[in-house]
Design a protein around this ligand. Structure first.
Ligand SMILES: NC(=O)c1ccc[n+]([C@@H]2O[C@H](COP(=O)([O-])OP(=O)(O)OC[C@H]3O[C@@H](n4cnc5c(N)ncnc54)[C@H](O)[C@@H]3O)[C@@H](O)[C@H]2O)c1
Length: 290
């Protein structure tokens, strides 16, 4: 029997943490968000509130539901406040030592030994995080996609040591409570989606850099020729050039079978601040980049 999850935690409130917090609140859950310092509390609240406001503006929740959601949200820099959580999703920056430290902290503070510890890492091995804890059977990957409220998929990543109870609780949480589509995957570098996607994106950058075709035609090739909703270079701009660069580097370090070598052009773009949509310029130019 899987226990249904109500008391949830999220660690980190950047792009993914804010999105995961939003979908948990919209699902009626009680959410505690752990941020790295007291200075980050206001910014985290602004991010989550902005997402909820967008949901109200689109008619996906009522103003009353919005108020009720904020009443179930607590943002704190104190990990002891996560002690009673049944499931926590770690969504901090993609750095192994940082995530291992977070997992160690969660292991120390979560009172229920069967509480689920999940990571939304894109490129690290979940087992490397599980090893930082004294409860590897309770650790899974819950790889959400960006933007979290809009993207239907979650990859449920099972290590060799994840218990079936943990897997079932995490799957019920993602599928039944949050309403996501779940695919189960083994703990291998890039799981299913990034292991296929990232080599393809790096190949598109090399093709562009070699002058095989211009950006529009590379993208039109894949939208019109393969029925993809977006071409690879437009997708890179949406993901963020800095984000994809660190994901590809992490994958290359973990699995040399995958062709995820970062082309020099991407490194130059990061150095120049050409980060894609968020900076107003990547492979394309955008108005009002933030
Ligand atoms: N952005 C994407 O498209 C995407 C998609 C799927 C998965 N992911 C994964 O999600 C995770 C987060 O990515 P993101 O894009 O949200 O990054 P981000 O940089 O937007 O957010 C990371 C957040 O972690 C916080 N943080 C760092 N150390 C912390 C600590 N010790 N305690 C609490 N908070 C801490 C930072 O302040 C920041 O707000 C990464 O593992 C990434 O690989 C990202």
């Amino acid at each position: 029997m899987t226990e249904s999850v109500y008391r949830t935690g999220v660690v980190g409130c950047g792009t993914m943490g804010a999105g995961i917090t939003e979908v948990c609140l919209r699902a009626g859950l009680d959410v505690r968000v752990l941020v790295s310092s007291a200075h980050r509390v206001d910014d985290a609240r602004r991010r989550v509130t902005a997402g909820l406001r967008r949901a109200v503006a689109k008619g996906r929740m009522t103003p009353d539901e919005h108020e009720a959601a904020l009443g179930r949200l607590r943002i704190t820099p104190d990990p002891a406040e996560l002690a009673d959580r049944q499931l926590v999703v770690e969504a901090t920056s993609e750095e192994l030592h940082l995530k291992r430290a977070v997992f160690k902290t969660l292991d120390h503070h979560l009172a229920d030994p069967t509480a689920v510890l999940a990571s939304t890492t894109s490129s690290l091995l979940v087992n490397d995080l599980a090893e930082a804890t004294g409860r590897p059977a309770s650790v899974v990957g819950l790889h959400f996609f960006n933007p979290v409220p809009a993207m239907p998929l979650v990859e449920l990543v099972l290590t060799d040591r994840t218990s079936e109870h943990t897997a079932a609780t995490a799957e019920t949480f993602a599928a039944d409570t949050l309403g996501k589509e779940v695919i189960r995957t083994r703990d291998r570098c890039g799981f299913v989606v990034n292991a296929l996607l990232v080599p393809y994106l790096m190949a598109a950058v090399r093709m562009y850099d070699q002058g095989v075709a211009d950006a529009e035609d590379i993208d039109r090739g894949m939208t019109l020729g393969c029925g993809y909703p977006m071409g690879p270079l437009a997708l890179l701009d949406m993901i963020g050039i800095d984000t994809i660069t660190s994901v590809a580097r992490g994958m290359r370090d973990n699995d040399t079978d995958l062709i995820t070598e970062v082309p020099p052009l991407l490194t130059r773009m990061v150095e120049e601040g050409r980060l894609g949509r968020k900076s107003g310029w990547g492979f394309y130019r955008y108005d009002g980049g933030s």
